[in-house]
Structure formats: C-alpha cells, structure tokens
Ligand binder design. Structure first.
Ligand code: AP5
Length: 237
C-alpha cells in the first residue's frame, strides 16, 4: 500500500507502522503501552491528545469537549490535521502505533493519503474483539492516571494503593465519558462509524483479529506474534 511506483519506501524490518482498532474499552490503550515499550515507537492516541487539550483549556480542547462528553466523534477535519502533524515529528521515524485513529472511513482514506505522502507502509491493523457487555463492565470500572495515562480496572487490575497510580503516586480519575449512558452511546458510534473499517482493512489484507476477552498478557503475546509475521523481511521493498 501507499508507495508510488519507482519511489523507494522507508518501510523496513526495523520500522513498524500499525493500528489498533476496536470498540471503547477493548484494551487498545493497555496494549499500546506495552507494544510501544517493546518496539520503542510512539503511541499516538487521539483520545489522549484530545483529553490533554481539554485539560489544558486550548481552543482544540474547547471544541472537542462537547463531542467527547456526549460520546460522539470529534469532526474528521480537526482530527486528521492533528494526526498528520504528529506523524511528521522526528520520533515517528522508526514507526508509530495509532490508537483510536482512524475511526471513520474519511479518516482511513486520509491516513492512506498521509502514508503515501510520507512514504511509509502500514504493516498491520489489529482488531481487538470484545462484546458490548464486556465494554460496559470494563469502562465502568476503569480508572486512569492523569499524569502517565496508565489505566487500571478496579476489579481485574486494581492499583496497589486504593485509587492511587502505582507509578506516579497521584490520584486516579474516572473519565467523564465512562458513565454507563455515554459508554452505550460510544458503542453505538463505534458500530455505525468505525466498524466499517474492519472490511476496509480486511480488503487490503492488513486486518488481523485478536480475542480481546483473553487476559492482558495473552492478548499481548498474540499481537507480538502477528507483528512479527506482518513485518517485511527485507530492508527496502
Ligand atoms: P478514546 O480515548 O480513543 O476512547 P476509546 O476508543 O473509546 O477507547 P478507550 O480509551 O475507552 O478504551 P481502550 O480500548 O483504550 O481500552 P483500555 O486499554 O483503556 O476516545 C475518547 C473520545 O475521544 C471519543 O469518544 C471521541 O469523542 C474522541 N476521539 C478520539 N479519537 C477520535 C478520532 N479518531 N476521531 C474522532 N473523535 C475521536 O481498557 C479499558 C479497561 O479494561 C481498563 O480498565 C483496562 O485495565 C481493562 N482491560 C484492558 N484489557 C483487558 C483484558 N484483556 N482483560 C480485562 N480487562 C482489561
């Protein structure tokens, strides 16, 4: 995908460009943090970028907040520009892991165009499959660290000390969009606007699915296997 004929791609066995796809609470953020540590590439989470903007009270944050609080998507043009700017930063040279982007067909098509312009090569799209009931259960009990972004689950992965981040030692927060009615709206939005991407990437031969109900460690192992099978064997394609 994405490389004009005659143009050398920068894709290599040493680069990794991948997407984590799945409903809210599927474990994208949890797995992304493990994968970026393993492969030493940046995690680009549009949700985290938007939440930071909301917390900082920037114009982007003010614009995004009303959509996020309702469980709806921020407009495509806003988010596409943010991602392109981020992918052009120097730390993305060895690759990147997109978490929460793309989320609409327009975003996926825009990403294709970015990849073409930047002479990258998307290696893999991993779909984490989780049932709607599990999504509600996970997100209702999720608490996050406002400093490092680590996520905990009050039942299955509680912090060592009640409501305090193990690493940063600051109080954990409950996301505004993790109220049950907003979670259900986010599931609906995922089904309507994001699930068509499953077929989009399957048709390109890039999609692999993982059962997101497995334990966190099992999911990580499955994704690592998929990455190793998906990366190009030679340095230049
Ligand atoms: P975003 O932050 O991207 O939210 P999301 O996609 O809804 O995903 P979540 O962060 O809720 O879940 P996750 O899959 O990362 O799961 P996690 O690892 O935390 O987006 C938020 C909002 O921003 C959107 O609604 C939208 O408004 C806006 N936005 C963002 N990107 C956008 C875009 N591209 N376009 C337009 N708008 C955009 O895990 C969840 C819980 O489960 C945790 O408690 C975790 O500990 C636990 N858990 C994880 N894995 C397991 C496991 N295997 N077993 C048991 N528990 C587990």
């Amino acid at each position: 995908m994405g490389v004009s004929s005659g143009t050398p791609s920068k894709a290599s066995k040493d680069t990794l460009e991948m997407i984590l796809l799945g409903p809210p609470g599927a474990g994208k953020g949890t797995q992304a943090k493990r994968l970026v540590e393993h492969y030493r590439i940046p995690q680009i989470s549009t949700g985290d970028i938007l939440r930071e903007a909301v917390d900082a009270g920037t114009p982007l944050g003010d614009q995004a907040h009303k959509f996020m609080a309702r469980g709806e998507l921020v407009p495509d043009d806003v988010i596409i520009d943010i991602v392109e700017e981020r992918l052009r930063q120097a730390d993305c040279a060895p690759g990147w892991l997109l978490d929460g982007f793309p989320r609409t067909l327009a975003q996926a098509q825009a990403l294709d165009a970015m990849i073409e312009r930047m002479r990258c090569r998307l290696n893999l799209v991993v779909l984490l499959e989780v049932s709607p009931d599990e999504v509600v259960a996970r997100n209702s009990f999720r608490r996050s660290c406002p400093v490092c972004g680590a996520t905990y689950h009050l039942k299955s992965r509680p912090p060592r000390e009640d409501m305090v981040c193990d690493e940063c030692r600051v109080a954990l927060v409950h996301r505004e969009d993790d109220k049950e009615e907003v979670i259900r709206r986010r599931i609906g939005v995922y089904m309507e606007q994001t699930s068509p991407l499953i077929e989009f990437y399957r048709a390109k031969g890039l999609l692999q699915s993982v059962d997101g109900h497995l334990t966190m460690d099992e999911v990580t192992r499955e994704i690592l296997d998929l990455v190793e099978r998906a990366r190009p064997a030679e340095n230049v394609r």
